[in-house]
Design a protein around this ligand. Structure first.
Ligand code: ATP
Ligand code: MG
Length: 459
């Protein structure tokens, strides 16, 4: 027997049953992006490796260890995108989106990083990202934070979520800070781990980003960026914090927050949740005013964030939000060959009316077909047997058994199903209801829809 082929490690299938939460999350994401005036951009999964080397930085975990890079048939080095900010800037420059313009963009899709797979960390994962280009002020930094808060609210995951913020200053103040940081770490060179020792020369700020527990004491006692901020960066940071306070958004200032990528300037932030375990950061971002120049364009200020959709979905699952299930509303049962043909046409006509219809294919007894209808949570079943097929009719059955089943002409099933899915009260029911209300009023009793609704549930 030949062996079964399994998926690539760290790359997940999303199965029916799991995907419904994803749909709910994606819907919320789209709607919040629209509310804040952001427009979608779709970018390729593959880019030239050079793009990520230049933007993310050569001395970063992503570029050093995590990229899926290969040579194509002409020997060009290409990489699966590990993130999409660089692609966004590349696309903006390439298509002139930034010419005298300010643009708000969002994207969503898979990213690829060769990391050790574990809970919350995969080799193919998804990010939702926001990027605002053309604004230099801290109001836009605060706006993207507010957009996040709105999304957590919509998804009901705000509890246990914290926001950490910091400023990395401008290029000069960062250079001053860098010098002092090197002096500090040089004093403890023997206590540094291998990665940090290597980074000491190339990119000492990244040492602060180390997750190695053995390094944490050293990191805690290191000088902080805030002492080296220039006046303009300081003002930017203070105003950013003020904007957050205006919206009653709580935050903590974490002077050790530097973010792993080279391109950040001024504002940086990270959202964490206490419910996520080791991989507790689920959204991170900041300002990257120098990125467009790094990619060969003119200077374009930018601010944004990237959110890990897997980690967001995990939070939604923990919160036990009930997403809508599969949208089957009508199940079409058919018994016999002529009924099968009539049912085939009937299901199609329902779909043309915008009604979701699932046809029973492959035969089976009526009881087993109805079991399938129940399993799909169909609200209505259409039943066509030989007898109905002979008279061009169908049985319309309310699966919640609120109304008796009816026989209707095949051309009328659309109207019958619509009536069941969106019940309208008959004149007689309205007459009864008015009488009931008068009777309750005469007795000074409160008017209860639920008791009365049941008593007049239709024929
Ligand atoms: P981490 O500290 O978790 O490695 P990061 O700093 O590498 O995160 P970013 O590059 O800022 O993360 O990406 C933003 C978000 O994307 C993260 O907060 C996380 O939610 C998600 N993310 C990053 N890498 C992965 C991964 N391998 N699997 C799943 N989600 C990821
Ligand atoms: Mg990482």
């Amino acid at each position: 027997m030949i062996g079964k082929i399994q998926s690539v490690r760290g790359m997940n299938d999303l199965l029916p049953g799991q995907i419904e939460v994803w749909h709910a999350v994606e819907r919320a994401i789209r709607s919040v992006a629209v509310e804040y005036g952001y427009r979608e951009i779709r970018l390729p999964l593959l880019e030239k490796t050079e793009l990520f080397k230049r933007s993310i930085g050569e001395v970063t975990d992503i570029v050093e260890k995590e990229m899926y890079t290969f040579l194509d048939q002409r020997g060009n080095s290409l990489s699966l995108r590990p993130e999409a900010t660089a692609s966004c800037v590349r696309a903006g420059l390439q298509h002139g989106l930034f010419h005298n313009a300010q643009v708000r963009l969002w994207y969503m899709g898979p990213m690829f990083r060769y990391e050790r797979p574990q809970k919350g960390r995969y080799r193919q994962f998804h990010q939702f990202g926001i990027e605002a280009f053309g604004w230099t002020g801290p109001d836009i930094d605060a706006e993207i934070i507010a957009l996040g808060v709105k999304l957590w609210k919509m998804l009901g995951i705000g509890q246990g979520v914290t926001l950490q913020v910091n400023s990395l200053g401008d290029v000069e103040s960062r250079a001053r800070y860098r010098g002092n940081l090197v002096t500090y770490f040089e004093r403890f060179k023997n206590d540094l781990d291998r990665d940090s020792r290597r980074r000491l020369d190339m990119n000492p700020l990244r040492i602060l980003d180390s997750r190695n527990p053995a390094m944490q004491d050293l990191i805690q006692n290191a000088p902080t960026m805030i002492e080296y901020l220039d006046d303009a960066s300081r003002k930017h940071f203070d105003l950013f914090c003020e904007y957050l306070s205006l919206l009653n958004i709580s935050f903590e200032i974490d002077h050790r927050l530097v973010r792993g990528l080279d391109y950040y300037t001024n504002t940086v932030f990270e959202w964490k949740s206490e419910h996520l375990g080791a991989q507790n950061a689920f959204c991170a971002g900041g300002r990257y005013d120098g990125l467009a120049e790094l990619l060969g364009g003119r200077s374009v200020p930018g601010a944004g964030f990237a959110l890990g959709v897997e980690r967001l979905v995990e939070l939604v699952n923990i919160g036990k939000m009930q997403p809508e299930g599969h949208p089957t509303q009508v199940y079409v049962c058919v018994l016999g060959s002529s009924a099968a043909k009539l049912g085939f046409k009937a299901a199609e006509s329902l779909r043309h009316l915008g009604i979701c219809a699932t046809l029973n294919c492959g035969g089976g007894k009526l009881a087993s077909q109805l079991r399938k209808a129940h399993k799909l949570k169909a609200a209505v079943s259409i039943i066509i047997g030989d007898q109905e097929a002979g008279t061009n009719t169908a049985v319309v059955k309310d699966m919640n058994a609120k109304r008796a089943q009816t026989i209707v002409a095949i051309d009328d099933i659309g109207a019958a199903v619509t009536d069941l899915l969106n019940p309208k009260w008959t004149d007689f029911q309205i007459y009864l209801w008015c009488g009931h209300v008068k009777w309750l009023q005469s007795r000074n009793e409160s008017i209860s829809w639920s008791s009365y609704g049941r008593s007049i549930a239709g024929p």
